[in-house]
Design a protein around this ligand. Structure first.
Ligand code: AP5
Length: 220
């Protein structure tokens, strides 16, 4: 049995944080279009240059590019299930994902919507840093490293802050979310696939709520 889920929520809601736990505990593969695009922007290609410009402004990259990235992963990665993190973000992306999965005899089993107040998002984004080596996500206040400047998981000192984690681009990212991504909440609700969780709770509690959804759909 395969399990495919979507983590939906505004920038900084905790999608990446929860996805990493699901990867560790359930052996699913995380497909984050944000991570794929951050890799593409360092490629030195014309596409990478355009992607970097769009991301730094906080706008959405074109559907064509992100659907192409997801298609390539689905065609080349073999997994018992996928966590779609930050994808889909528009209705055309949602339709494309349905078609891609249907072509593989798969489907979306649950859409977990992480609900967080806008004011909390500002704090989460401004305090976030990640390990450039293993990708672990930290926060200055809520999840600092045990030893300053050193990743708890892999010991790397390559801790980074994202170029788009600033007040200006967050404003645009939120607008983009409400305008283009939030219609997906109604879309998946109508398809009876939506499972809201309280993203304002502490990380472990959010994890428990996500785990309950996964257990409910047989995702163990
Ligand atoms: P992307 O990388 O997907 O960014 P995002 O959606 O803005 O989400 P984030 O990664 O910022 O947040 P998150 O929800 O993963 O939160 P996290 O777990 O890190 O996209 C970046 C850009 O790429 C977009 O703006 C766009 O340009 C482009 N893009 C990507 N996908 C696209 C698509 N499909 N179509 C078009 N363009 C696309 O947590 C945040 C912080 O909060 C961390 O520090 C964490 O430690 C902390 N935290 C987490 N949970 C909690 C909690 N419960 N309590 C307290 N703190 C918490």
């Amino acid at each position: 049995m395969t399990i495919n889920i979507i983590l939906l929520g505004p920038p900084g809601a905790g999608k990446g944080t929860q996805a990493r736990t699901l990867v560790e505990e359930r052996g699913l593969v995380q497909l984050s279009t944000g991570d794929m695009l951050r890799e593409a922007r360092t490629s030195g290609t014309e596409m990478g240059r355009v992607v970097a410009e769009v991301m730094d402004k906080g706008q959405l990259v074109t559907d064509e590019i992100v659907i192409g990235l997801i298609r390539e992963k689905l065609e080349t990665v073999d997994a018992p299930g996928f966590i779609f993190d930050g994808f889909p973000r528009t209705l055309p992306q949602a339709d494309a994902l349905n078609d891609l999965l249907a072509g593989m005899g798969r489907q979306i089993d649950a859409v977990i919507e992480i609900q967080v107040d806008d004011t909390a998002l500002v704090d989460r984004i401004s305090g976030r840093f990640t390990c450039g080596n293993c990708g672990e996500v930290y926060h200055d206040q809520t999840k600092p490293t045990a030893k300053p400047g050193v990743c708890d998981l892999c010991g790397s000192t390559d801790l980074k802050r994202r170029a788009d984690d600033n007040a200006d681009s967050l404003k645009t990212r939120l607008l983009e979310y409400y305008k283009k991504t939030s219609p997906l909440i109604g879309y998946y609700y109508a398809k009876k696939q939506l499972h809201p969780v309280d993203g304002m709770a502490e990380m472990d509690e959010v994890g428990r709520q996500v785990a309950a959804v996964m257990d409910g759909i047989g995702g163990r």
